[in-house]
Design a protein around this ligand. Structure first.
Ligand code: WT7
Length: 656
């Protein structure tokens, strides 16, 4: 089994010290320095964050108060004025970085492009002016539905430039999912591309936008700005749709950065939860700018000489914080790659590392497992000696994958930075500091300086030892989400009420289980709620179940995660059909396709089992624990006395 299990990680006692040379030159050089920062941040959080904000960012106007905490609502750097694009672009232009590579881009078919800070600034200003010309004003929401091309980063920054919160929808999501998000965010405009390249095929994006907007499907959307990427034929609706290259030609390359209040909304990003539709996670300007900036600087020891590459998609928070905002705010060179390992080019990632001399590489456990399956010959055939730090994110990493990453990709010399965080946290929360933290394979190690994380029971009492508990954060931090868009009550309920305040202290509940070992190392055990983590992407069981029951043949559905060697988890669905429908392989295939249409390819169930019964409690709640065991082919362990009808178990075991 490739998933980390309690047994496998409890036996993990290998320890890897930071390389001496790296440590000597690192921003944070040893554990003592980390402990001092952490002690200072704990006794005087406002002093700690206030000093960092003054040192690391440029502000148009200073704040009057570092933190205003009315649990669970926080305001950071109250009354401060800034624009994140000023920190990401303008401030570098008066330095030697003006002509430094800000963005290196490699396209899947092999085309490439490099934008210096001055060039990126110019294009961002041009797009910002085009958005204004199309009627977008400060405060208007803009949807972004793009492949991994430079214009995706430019689009984020152009919105931020004029104070229009963006909401990026991952290009792999369906028209249906795009429509839901555009409606919830009441977006005024959509920035899209004709299509993108994905594993040697094209993905039609504009067609999906047209479908999302058809029949007044997202009535607030007035215009679509379309970037040409694949060159495939698309329909342009007169008066609604405009080509970016047409409007760019006449657009000025200067556009003042709108002074934003520190608490003005920067973006909404939708993520799956336990109940209902995906929620719009709201991040604001000042705190997010500081947090994405400083976490990247310290956790990846980011230097001006680095070529930094994060393989995520801009459609996820990782792309927001650690492809665009964090690296550019630091004046770094950030690399963006449109492609992915595919049969025609299984070693493409290592080609990119070699071609550009990548020094920091950040990816996900699911990718590491898939790459290790391909064997050592692809990485071994490339010069990877430029690498100095490796990162991982998205799900727990099993020690074997961690060791392979370290040995084969990192040549046994690169520290591995396992970063635990979430869409909601804005940036890293638990992570090694590569010059300071001795690492253990599979552990995210210690909370970031300024973060007070703990493992507690349902009452909020700290738990130590192997049994584990719930991962919580005990003090607000600048990068935290501020609310659920349009639903502050859902914000309170989801994150702050599961575990009651302890001695007046509010506890942020992350939805993950964890345990702390005797050295204080955190080991993340994965979600404890009904969220499935497929290849590092979150999906709510409810979301997939709703998609299934929206098919006319389905009466009831229950969805669980099943262990998967590469993806970590895979979706498995138990389906009860309407009485007039008969189970068949064709119907199973149709239902899978239906889920893809409703949500996107990442939600495609790996398996469907037709059944006549589901295990439920007396109050009618589905007992997923039982289904999880059945889906994974394991014995159903634990208490089954809460089942309303225990014969259901026998029927399911018998395959009825
Ligand atoms: C969930 C958040 C933050 C970017 C990627 C996903 C899981 C994330 C780790 C890690 C163990 C991890 C958690 C978390 N997760 N990083 N290093 N070790 N688990 O963002 O979609 O908001 O998902 O991903 O379960 O709650 P997201």
């Amino acid at each position: 089994m490739s998933q980390p299990t309690i047994e496998s990680i409890l036996n993990e006692n290998r320890l890897f010290a930071p390389p001496t040379e790296l440590a000597e030159q690192a921003h944070i050089k040893n554990l003592e320095e980390y402990r001092q920062l952490q002690a200072r941040a704990t006794t005087d959080p406002e002093g700690f964050w206030g000093e960092l904000a003054a040192r690391e960012l440029e502000w148009f106007e200073p704040w009057t108060q570092v933190l205003d905490w009315q649990p669970p609502f926080a305001k950071w750097f109250v009354d401060g004025k800034l624009n994140i694009t000023h920190n990401c672009l303008d401030r570098h232009l008066s330095t030697w970085r003006r002509n430094k590579a800000a963005l290196i881009w490699e396209g899947e078919p092999g085309d490439s492009r490099t934008l210096t800070y001055a060039q990126l600034h110019r294009e961002v200003c041009q797009m910002a002016n085009v958005l204004k010309q199309l009627g977008v004003q400060k405060g208007d929401r803009v949807g972004i539905y793009m492949p991994m091309i430079p214009e995706a980063a430019i689009a984020l920054l152009a919105c931020a430039r004029i104070g229009a919160p963006h909401t990026v929808v991952f290009g792999g999501f369906s028209a249906e999912a795009l429509q839901n998000r555009l409606v919830d965010a009441k977006a005024k405009l959509v920035i899209a591309a004709d299509g993108g390249f994905r594993k040697d095929k094209t993905v039609p994006l504009k067609v999906a936008v047209d479908r999302a907007l058809a029949d007044n499907g997202a009535p607030t959307v007035e215009h679509v700005l379309v970037v040409k990427r694949t060159g495939e034929a698309v329909e342009m609706v007169e008066g609604r749709d405009y080509w970016w290259h047409d409007l760019q030609a006449g657009a000025s390359g200067t556009c003042p950065a709108e002074p934003m209040d520190s608490e003005d909304m920067l973006f909404i990003l939708y993520t799956s939860g336990t109940t209902g539709k995906p929620k719009g996670v709201v991040h604001t300007t000042g705190g997010y700018n500081l947090y994405s900036h400083v976490t990247l600087k310290w956790a990846f020891d980011l230097k001006d000489t680095d070529v930094y590459w994060c393989t995520a998609d801009v459609g996820w928070i990782t792309g927001h914080s650690y492809i665009v905002y964090g690296p550019l705010s630091n004046g770094a060179t950030t690399l963006m790659y449109e492609g992915a390992p595919r049969p025609s080019n299984p070693g493409c990632l290592w080609d990119v590392v070699e071609k550009y001399g990548v020094s920091i590489f950040y990816t996900a456990p699911t990718a590491i497992r898939a790459l290790s399956k391909l064997g050592d010959r692809y990485p071994n055939a490339r010069d990877l000696s430029s690498l100095r730090i490796l990162g991982t994110v998205g799900e727990p990493i099993n020690p074997e994958a961690w060791m392979w990453y370290r040995r084969v990709i990192g040549g046994d010399r690169c520290p591995i930075v396992d970063t635990w965080w979430q869409t909601e946290t804005g940036g890293f929360m638990i992570s090694p500091l590569p010059g300071a933290t001795p690492t253990k394979p599979g552990s995210a190690t210690f909370p970031f300086p300024g973060i007070q994380a703990d493992v507690v029971d349902m009452e909020g009492n700290p738990v130590t030892g192997n049994e584990g508990g719930y991962l919580v954060v005990k003090h607000p931090w600048p990068g935290m989400m501020r609310t659920v868009y349009g639903n502050p009550e859902r914000f309170r309920r989801t994150y702050w009420e599961h575990i009651p305040p302890k001695d007046g202290q509010y506890l942020y509940f992350a939805g993950d289980g964890a345990h702390k070992d005797e050295d204080g190392y955190f080991w993340i055990m994965g979600r404890v709620d009904d969220v499935i983590n497929v290849a590092g992407h979150r999906l709510g069981t409810m979301e997939v179940e709703s998609a299934l029951v929206s098919h006319p043949a389905v009466a009831e559905a229950a969805v669980v995660g099943r262990n998967d060697e590469i993806k970590g988890e895979d979706i498995f669905a138990f389906v009860i059909l309407e009485t007039d429908r008969d189970p068949s392989d064709a119907l199973a295939a149709e239902l899978k396709q239906h889920v893809v249409r409703e949500i996107g390819a990442i939600a495609r169930p790996g398996g469907i089992r037709f059944t006549d019964v589901l295990p439920k409690t007396r109050s009618g709640k589905i007992v997923r624990r039982v289904l999880r065991s059945l889906a994974s082919g394991e014995e159903v362990a634990g208490d089954t006395s809460t089942l309303e009808d225990r014969s259901v178990l026998e029927k399911l075991r018998a395959g009825e």
